[in-house]
Design a protein around this ligand. Structure first.
Ligand code: FAD
Length: 400
């Protein structure tokens, strides 16, 4: 039997959780189905609420060195007029600018911390199922038949979580009807309207939706370009074909480029196939509980509350989940009331983010004929509640 906490998944939630449990003096081990860390998924956006926590973990300076810093997302019409701005960070207001950094670079930095702290991490180890749970322990199995008994099993295994199946055997992620199609192209390809043209920019057309251009790499020498597509759900096999058809993705990115103007035409003139990504946006319905009846099995990150990426908060929220849970457990506070408080706090944030996502999507998707779905939201974005929060102080306030 082991007293340690077993974490399933070495994504951003799992690695963050391991580092923070370790710093609370709680032994843990990570089990990851993939054979090794992989370069998947392109760049992601980190906002001050997670950067503050990465700073506590000692990796913020490295992230800043690797990523592209920015404060504002700009929304423009195809003629180039500025329609709106969306704050993503500010050193003056929140202590941090927003950052676009490759997912694999963030994972590498977290892995480095895991290794320095000698936290056991087992790649090529796929979780299968929970065998049984008592008041104090949980016994669970890998697909190779090995069983382990731990004090806690924490599912950080993403939106298609197998750990979640223990609590919700019949629940499946729900397709939102939207897929994001993105590619990476050299910034040098862009015909910018002026040398001081500001990005990231979303060019919005009522008929064609939105075309996003977002710099990445520390020097901004590459940009992500992307559009969202309304789709019906496909079978797994057809999705695979859809992902593999790079020519179709290039054609979709080019379709209607002239509507978005010369900048979009130049951005889509030469799209390398290597960095094309297709992401069908799935969500999971609100879960009644993120912990099992005996509280030996818990969920964090996407396995508990996957949200679409429209406001760029999936990782940021997964990191908040993991840090708050670690502090709570570190203070010996893992009973029903404590976990209920944690879940309630986290769920409130998720609900607010879903509302924010809906507002961002209304700006990005083409208007459906006859509907008021787009263009009906003239309010600006006030995101103090999102970026200004110190979640560490919130847990400390709760525990004392
Ligand atoms: C297109 C797109 C863009 C995004 N951009 C952003 C962004 O800019 N900013 C942001 O904050 N968020 C973004 N997100 C969301 C973000 O990617 C997720 O919210 C985040 O990755 C969730 O982290 P996680 O660790 O919970 O899950 P995951 O990243 O899914 O990690 C789960 C891990 O568990 C492993 N695993 C799965 N099953 C098993 C098993 N049975 N046994 C062992 N291991 C297992 C997986 O291999 C994986 O390593 C984006 C998402 C998409 C789709």
């Amino acid at each position: 039997m082991s007293n340690e906490v077993s974490i399933i998944g070495a994504g951003i939630a799992g690695l963050t959780l391991a580092i923070n449990l370790h710093s609370q003096g709680i032994p843990c081990a990570i089990y990851e189905t993939r054979p090794e860390p992989q370069n998947i998924g392109g760049a992601v956006m980190l906002s001050p609420n997670s950067l503050r926590l990465f700073d506590n973990m000692g990796i913020c300076d490295d992230l800043k060195r690797l990523g592209y810093s920015f404060d504002t997302l700009y929304f423009r019409d195809p003629a180039g007029s500025l329609k709106e701005t969306y704050p993503f960070g500010s050193v003056e207001e929140y202590g941090y600018s927003g950052l676009r950094v490759y997912r694999f670079e963030l994972i590498d930095l977290l892995l480095e911390k895991v290794n320095v702290n000698k936290i056991p991490i087992y790649f090529n180890h796929k979780f299968s199922h929970v065998v049984f749970e008592t008041e104090d322990t949980v016994t669970w199995q890998l697909i190779d038949g090995t069983t382990t008994t731990s004090s806690l099993l924490i599912g950080a295994d993403g939106i298609h979580s197998r750990v979640r199946k223990y609590m919700y055997p019949d629940l499946s992620p729900k397709f939102t009807g939207i897929a994001g199609i993105t590619a990476a192209v050299p910034t040098a390809n862009l015909k910018l309207p002026s040398p001081d043209y500001k990005m990231p920019v979303t060019i919005v057309s009522l008929s064609h939706g939105a075309f996003v251009i977002a710099p990445q790499k520390a020097d901004g020498s590459e940009v992500l370009i992307g559009k969202q597509k309304r789709m019906t759900e496909l079978s797994r096999e057809i999705w695979e074909k859809f992902f593999a058809d790079k020519d179709a993705s290039v054609a979709f990115l080019r379709e209607g480029a002239e509507v978005f103007g010369d900048l979009a035409i130049s951005a889509t003139s030469d799209i390398p196939h290597e960095n094309i990504n297709v992401w069908p946006f799935y969500v999971i319905p609100k879960l009644e509980s993120w912990s099992s009846a005996n509280r030996r099995v818990l969920l964090v990150g996407d396995s508990a509350h996957a949200v679409p990426p429209s406001s760029g908060q999936g990782i940021n929220q997964a990191v908040e989940d993991a840090v708050m849970l670690s502090i709570l457990l570190g203070k010996g506070r893992g009973d029903k009331n404590d976990l209920g408080w944690w879940q309630g706090f986290r769920q409130d944030r998720v609900e607010q983010i879903l509302l924010l996502n809906a507002r961002v999507d209304r700006r990005r998707l083409p208007k459906i004929l006859g509907s008021e779905e787009q263009g009906d939201d003239e309010q600006g974005f006030d995101l103090d509640w999102l970026y200004g929060i110190d979640v560490v102080a919130e847990v400390e306030k709760y525990v004392c």
